[in-house]
Design a protein around this ligand. Structure first.
Ligand code: P6P
Length: 335
């Protein structure tokens, strides 16, 4: 039972027993993410004050201008995770390939790999819209002590042992799951401590918010167009409300609290959609299912998809179970 004002550190210790086969390493891993989140939060909050905005002059593997904060967030998480001798490899949206973490212990007994989107929604930084970090944690599948391989990262989302996000918004929150429900912690910046503010987060079974970039309407598949028209039709509890922040973590977080559906579908412009399976859709899908919601590519469960590439994209339908099922009905008509 959640204790009033419990800190994240106390919560991790209390829940330690829930981590199957973990000798405390997963707890250390979540603690490392907590520390990196505070570092990034400090920089994001002062971004408007110092010349840290604008691009770092380079483009990342996505061909996007890298914001300096992107680079800073990426370095902060990789450095924090590396220094604690917990993981054997890290994959990041900002890195072309995965990073092998060498251990001071010659036969590297570290058994976890982490995949991160260090600063999702970074194009919103310059306009002061909330952004987030998304993380996904697996146990490696190749033998401990051998060099980590791409196979350790290309696991289906149902193998995740933990996942979560940090949202750098009006307040900074860390929301995560280890497969035993979803809990949200809010940072008290005055003392740098995360407090349990949202115990046992559950998506409402239904909702009245649909979240999609309707600017791409003409490029959407017919099933998506039909679902948007369904949302806008005056009938029963409709028309719904349209809310789209353009920051996955923010749109997801709002929908988890209020109920709703987020859709980033494929289109004639983006034949596999835009969002990345490994470090955006899988962790958000794990959280959604742990919060009694649903996540699919319009047809199949996201967590069942067998990845083939580190940066592969998938169409993403995620949110209140009844809303995702209705959207899937429209998609099935044109399969
Ligand atoms: P669009 C941010 O760049 C991001 O990766 C997600 O956070 C967000 O949901 C999506 O892209 C927004 O994309 O094409 O609607 O601007």
């Amino acid at each position: 039972m959640a204790k009033q004002n419990q800190t994240l550190g106390e919560f991790i210790i209390e829940k330690q027993t829930e981590f199957k086969y973990s000798s405390g390493e997963l707890s250390k891993l979540i603690n490392a993410i907590r520390l990196a989140a505070k570092v990034v939060n400090h920089e994001v909050n002062k971004a408007g004050l110092v010349d840290i905005l604008g691009t770092a002059g380079e483009t990342n593997v996505q061909g996007e201008q890298q914001q300096k904060l992107d680079v800073l967030a990426n370095d902060a998480f990789i450095r924090t995770l590396t220094n604690r001798e917990i993981v054997c490899g890290i994959a990041s949206e900002e890195e072309d390939t995965f990073v092998k973490i060498n251990s001071s212990d010659r036969n590297n007994q570290n058994k976890y790999v982490v995949l991160i989107d260090p600063l999702d929604g970074s194009s919103n930084i310059d306009v002061n819209v909330s952004v987030g970090t998304i993380f996904s944690i697996y146990r490696r599948v190749t033998p401990v002590g051998t060099p980590v391989t791409e196979e350790d990262f290309l696991q289906p989302g149902k193998n995740q042992v933990a996942a979560g996000y940090v949202i750098y918004g009006t307040s900074t929150m860390l929301v995560y799951t280890t497969g035993h429900g979803v809990n949200g912690f809010t940072l008290n910046p005055a003392i740098g401590t995360f407090y349990l503010s949202h115990p046992n987060m559950i998506y409402p079974d239904n909702g009245r918010i649909y979240s999609i970039n309707e600017g791409n309407y003409v490029h959407f598949p017919q099933g998506v167009k039909d679902y948007i028209k369904y949302c806008q039709t005056e009938e029963d509890d409709r028309p719904y409300t349209s809310r789209y922040i353009g920051s996955l973590v923010s749109d997801f977080h709002r929908n988890m609290i209020k109920g709703g559906i987020f859709i980033y579908p494929k289109s004639s412009k983006a034949t596999d959609g835009k969002l990345r399976l490994l470090y955006e859709c899988n962790p958000m899908a794990f959280l959604a299912e742990q919060a009694n919601a649903k996540a699919s590519n319009g047809f199949e469960r996201i967590l069942d998809i067998q990845p083939t590439e580190l940066h592969q994209r998938v169409p993403f339908f995620c949110g209140s179970k009844k809303m995702v099922e209705k959207a899937e009905e429209f998609m099935q008509k044109y399969r």
